[in-house]
Ligand binder design. Structure first.
Ligand code: SF4
Length: 445
């Protein structure tokens, strides 16, 4: 009995007690990571967030600062990285005040002049943020300008059709963003505009923690963090954070660190978030960061260690699949037979000539006849090969053999597997065509 009591104290109560004391000391600015008290040798700069998940869970009840309702259908925590998690208070390394001041000074001198920055209305921030995901600023500028000329207000865009939005988006890629934008502005318009708080923004379709943080901080001056790829890179390098930043503990760490900067109450929240992203875009770049011009050069742990390339910890690369496919371009007078992809997946909602993957060991011509029949209800026909189109997506590389089709039986034309609509179209530019579809039509002409 006595022995059980000692074991319980040594293995259970004592480490938890020591962990809480360490967390308390860190909040007070005493640089003594929890693992020191738990018996581990602390790695220089290691955050408490690298303690075991059990230990982190254990302190949630003590230092939890929920961000509000989560963006999950079941209403449980998990939508926002800070929802129900430990706070940044447990993770301090370099005191944030000096970092924030240096960062904002740098931003004042170096920020690029961008249209959404000079007029940061909520609708403008939403539009720019969705366009900028996975896309370079130079590319976005023309699209942003075109969208605002055609739909100057959120209500204008809400009253557009999805086809009109997809058509205007054509060429920008990642079309799910366009559909999300459209759904989001429709929902926001029904509410009378975009909500000003993170909680309300997360209720809208297509809005995740990053976009909610951007709109709330930039358009409404709410002191709330955001973490995108740029911020992830800077913060993992600054602290030499050695865990995977895309896992749950890594996300909590980065969002907590971001929130820590806002608690200083220095500068405008939107400037602070944009300064972080700008530093990542201009200075702390993935390759060859310009550390000698960085306002955090003397605080950066990765720089001090001479090991910047190790941060952020890389995720395993996904294998790119090689896909053989066919496209059948069928004309009737001055009309093209086009099909609209069903669903929300890759290229969903966009129009294209009838298109499909070849089966293993299937000749491209046979594949084209089968795809025409199965996906478009077109039977038979004379096929002429017009050329080859290659196109790369993040997860697959396509090689498409393009055929024109004549003398086919068209009395049963109908949308088959994967398409929601198939019809002859005179003005193809009036529909949302993907870049791939444009390439296919160009080769066939
Ligand atoms: S010192 Fe270099 S690695 Fe560190 S944050 Fe600045 S640019 Fe990035």
């Amino acid at each position: 009995m006595f022995r059980d009591g000692v074991d319980h104290l040594v293995e259970g109560v004592w480490p938890r007690l020591m962990f809480r004391i360490a967390v308390f000391w860190e909040i007070k600015g005493v640089d003594l990571p929890a693992r020191t008290l738990l018996g581990d040798t602390p790695r220089k700069g290691s955050p408490i967030a690298t303690a075991s998940e059990d230990a982190v869970q254990d302190i949630q009840g003590v230092f939890c600062r929920p961000m509000g309702r989560c963006n999950t259908s079941d209403g449980q925590h998990g939508g926002h990285p800070l929802a129900g998690s430990i706070t940044h208070d447990t993770q301090s390394r370099t005191p944030p005040e000096s970092l924030v001041s240096a960062l904002l000074d740098w931003y004042k001198e170096n920020a690029r002049t961008l249209p959404w920055r000079s007029d940061p209305k909520p609708y403008h921030v939403l539009l720019s943020e969705l366009m900028l995901q996975q896309t370079r600023v130079d590319t976005v500028l023309a699209y942003y300008d075109r969208f605002l000329k055609r739909w100057p207000t959120l209500s204008d865009l809400a009253s557009a059709t999805e086809d009109e939005v997809l058509t205007e988006w054509a060429g920008l890629g990642y079309y799910r963003r366009a559909r999300n934008l459209h759904r989001c502005v429709r929902a926001a318009d029904a509410l009378g505009g975009l909500p000003s708080d993170v909680e309300g923004l997360l209720e809208l379709p297509g809005i995740g923690p990053y976009t909610a943080g951007a709109i709330a901080s930039i358009a409404f001056d709410v002191a709330t963090p955001l973490v995108d790829g740029n911020v992830e890179r800077i913060l993992t390098r600054l602290d030499a954070y050695g865990e995977d930043p895309r896992k749950a503990a890594g996300k909590r760490y980065l969002w907590g660190r971001g929130a820590q900067f806002h608690d200083e109450g220095i500068g405008k929240p939107g400037d602070l978030n944009q300064a972080l992203m700008e530093l990542g875009a201009l200075v702390c770049t993935p390759k060859k960061p310009r550390c000698e011009t960085c306002p955090w050069e003397t605080s950066c742990v990765a720089r001090a260690r001479g090991d910047i390339a190790s941060f952020p910890k890389k995720k395993a690369k996904t294998k790119v699949r090689q896909v053989e496919a066919v496209a059948a371009v069928l004309r009737r007078g001055d009309e093209n037979l086009l099909a609209r992809r069903a669903g929300d997946g890759l290229l969903g909602g966009l129009w294209e000539p009838i298109f499909g993957e070849c089966r293993e060991d299937e000749a491209p011509k046979d594949a084209a006849l089968r795809v025409l029949r199965e996906r478009g209800g077109v039977h038979g026909g004379t096929l002429v090969e017009k050329g080859l189109v290659t196109h790369a997506f993040s997860h697959q590389r396509l090689r498409v053999t393009v055929y024109t089709v004549s003398n086919a039986k068209l009395d049963a034309v109908t949308a088959g597997e994967g398409y929601s609509e198939v019809r002859f179209v005179r003005d193809v530019e009036a529909l949302g065509l993907s870049t791939l579809a444009r390439k296919l039509l160009a080769v066939a002409s």
